[in-house]
Ligand binder design. Structure first.
Ligand code: ZN
Ligand code: ZN
Length: 604
């Protein structure tokens, strides 16, 4: 399973490996045979036929280099592989890039279908990203977290996709390369960022138990030859020693010469280009987000003034506008469901959202694809609220779920704080974002034109942008639950929506400021708490996240702005023919491709 929102892991940062040289030659053969097939055809759609063959080969070949990635999206043909990140691998990886670039050049882009055009761009961009990651970004040099194998090992053991003995055999095989793996890691690491080093130490120490407890516990219950069991046990304990040795290597690193955790403008701009794939630069997005923040503050100021007498009576108004807004928001946040009906409230809202989308004719909802709600699975326990799980492209049952958590077991104070954050208003916006017409609806549309390339290399900016755009679209159309008779969104709802939108906007300002403008922790917390009205715990969590990640926090606002701009441009072009429904459906029909390419095709 992989998840939307920030759980969308940046797969490319992980090592996806290639263990046997035979795969390498097989890869070359596959690519060349794809090219050959292409040059033989001469019919109108022959380019598409050849491209379909090529892209399938490309994806299959990708797993030879990046088996952990394959495992994480449900392709289990490479579970036992662990690629050694040594010079030889880097050379092979570059060969993979060069060969595939050459293959792409054999195709006449103008003759491909729209679906294949966007796949072509995604593949080309991914090849550029691999080269950039290896030659310039070099996370494997300065971020020891790169070598945290916890999730790929625990996935094999914990996810019940195959019989336990088979999964344990993969685990056993994978461990076989650990010594060489960490030898290469120690060779690669130079002046690591102290912050990232600290974090990696904690993460790797937390994985020991997967080997010395979980794996050994599984050995007790599985039926396997006794000698093999002994070998497995021995290797698991050796693996822990190897990782402990790596951790002591990390502890010896000189903190005074370590790299800054900030990415720096040059790398940031490039990573933004490959990861976000926007027509805008980070500077343009930054300026746009700063302007959006000013707009939101002005609108919120008007609404808070208007609502003051209704909620605060004759209490004197604070002279500071931001303080005034905060007081009204705090008062509105007291409207929330009770802890024991939190889950029920979320479930109840889904049919209400569906009815609203239909009544306003915002887009077609496939009645054969109702959203499946389930209790939050065990491994997500403690994450209250709601989230979408979408199946990986290879997952057999292939179902998407809306996970809903409960507040059972929470302390009274924690639950109250959480319920105020996800109050009556915000909870509905969360459902709009995650489910209807946000992530879930986008997923249903993208599955109508299935593409393995888009499932694997999906553009997170488009996906998040759609969810954020859909929030505004619902507000524009008068969404104002629970009053079904309301025809326009209430001022209360607008105010709370703006607070939510401010979070997205400030994520972008924060990320660019911290990584390219040297923003301090004090200034960051001031931005989040005073200007974006966040609680201290939320703001501190975000400060942590912005230090250990980069660029991804910009995806929400960038995608939102691009989709909104595209809608306005398309509206002008369509004139009298324009309807909101036609825009939404046409846009979603292109699948999870970068908005700039969808825009080019729509505006053609
Ligand atoms: Zn999202
Ligand atoms: Zn309360």
């Amino acid at each position: 399973m992989y998840f939307f929102d920030w759980e969308i892991l940046i797969f490319t940062e992980q090592f996806l490996c290639m263990q046997h040289i035979k795969y390498f030659w097989l890869a070359i053969l596959l690519v060349f045979s794809a090219c050959k097939q292409k040059s033989e055809g001469n019919k109108g759609d022959s380019q598409d036929v050849a491209f379909n063959t090529y892209k399938e080969g490309f994806i299959n070949d990708l797993w030879n280099y990046y088996p952990d990635w394959a495992t994480s999206i449900g392709n289990h043909t490479h579970d036992g592989d662990l690629v050694i990140p040594d010079t030889l691998f880097f050379e092979r990886e570059m060969m993979f890039v060069l060969i595939n670039r050459d293959s792409l050049q054999q195709f006449d882009l103008s003759k491909l279908s729209d679906n294949n055009k966007t796949d072509y761009y995604l593949i080309k961009n991914h090849l550029d990203y691999i080269e950039f990651a290896q030659k310039e970004l070099k996370t494997y040099v300065w971020d020891p977290g790169f070598y945290n194998l916890g999730s790929s090992f625990s996935y094999i053991l914990a996810e019940n996709y195959d019989a336990l003995p088979k999964r344990m055999a993969s685990f056993f095989q994978k461990m076989g390369n650990l010594e060489k793996y960490y030898y290469a890691a120690k060779t690669n690491i130079k002046n690591p960022s102290p912050l990232h080093t600290e974090l990696a130490i904690g993460q790797i120490e937390a994985t020991y138990s997967i080997f010395e407890k979980d794996f050994l516990d599984s050995l007790k219950v599985v039926t396997l030859p006794e000698t093999l069991k002994q070998d497995m046990r021995k290797r698991a304990l050796e693996s822990v020693k190897i990782m402990k040795d790596f951790v002591s290597f990390l502890k010896k690193q000189d903190k005074s010469t370590g790299r800054d955790f900030r990415l720096g403008k040059e790398l940031y701009d490039k990573k933004f280009k490959y990861e976000i794939q926007s027509k805008y630069t980070p500077e343009q997005i930054y300026d746009s987000a700063v302007a959006r923040k000013a707009f939101l503050h002005a609108e919120m100021g008007k609404l808070a003034n208007q609502l003051w007498p209704k909620y605060m009576g004759n209490a004197p108004k604070p002279t500071d506008q931001l303080e005034l807004i905060r007081r009204v928001i705090d008062t509105l946040s007291l409207q929330h469901v009770a802890a024991d009906s939190f889950k029920y409230a979320i479930e109840q809202q889904l049919p209400e959202l569906t009815a609203f989308i239909k009544a306003k004719d915002l887009l077609y909802l496939d009645p054969n694809k109702p959203l499946k709600v389930r209790d939050e699975p065990g491994y997500m326990a403690g994450v209250a609220g709601a989230s979408m799980s979408s199946p990986g492209p290879y997952e057999k049952n292939g179902k998407a779920y809306y996970n809903v958590g409960t507040l059972e077991g929470w302390s009274k104070a924690d639950a109250e704080s959480y319920l105020r954050e996800y109050n009556h208003y915000i909870l509905q916006i969360l459902n709009i974002h995650e489910a209807l017409p946000g992530h879930y609806v986008q997923l249903v549309y993208s599955n109508k034109a299935p593409s393995i390339v888009k499932s694997v290399l999906q553009n997170g900016t488009m996906i998040e942008g759609w969810a954020v755009y859909s929030e505004l679209m619902m507000m524009e159309n008068g969404y104002s639950n629970p009053d079904p008779n309301a025809t326009t969104t209430t001022p209360e709802f607008w105010l709370m929506y703006y607070k939510w939108n401010l979070r997205t906007t400030c994520n972008t300002i924060l990320d660019i400021s911290v990584h390219t403008k040297n923003m301090s922790e004090t200034d960051a917390l001031d931005l989040l708490m005073r200007e974006a009205f966040q609680q201290r715990s939320e703001a501190e969590g975000k400060w942590h996240r912005v230090q250990v990640t980069n660029v991804q926090l910009c995806s929400y606002y960038t995608g939102f702005k691009e989709i909104y701009d595209l809608r306005e441009a398309w509206k002008a072009k369509q004139g009298d023919k324009y309807t909101l429904k036609s825009f939404n459906e046409t846009f979603l029909g292109y699948g999870s491709a970068p908005v700039k390419y969808i825009g080019e095709l729509m505006m053609k």
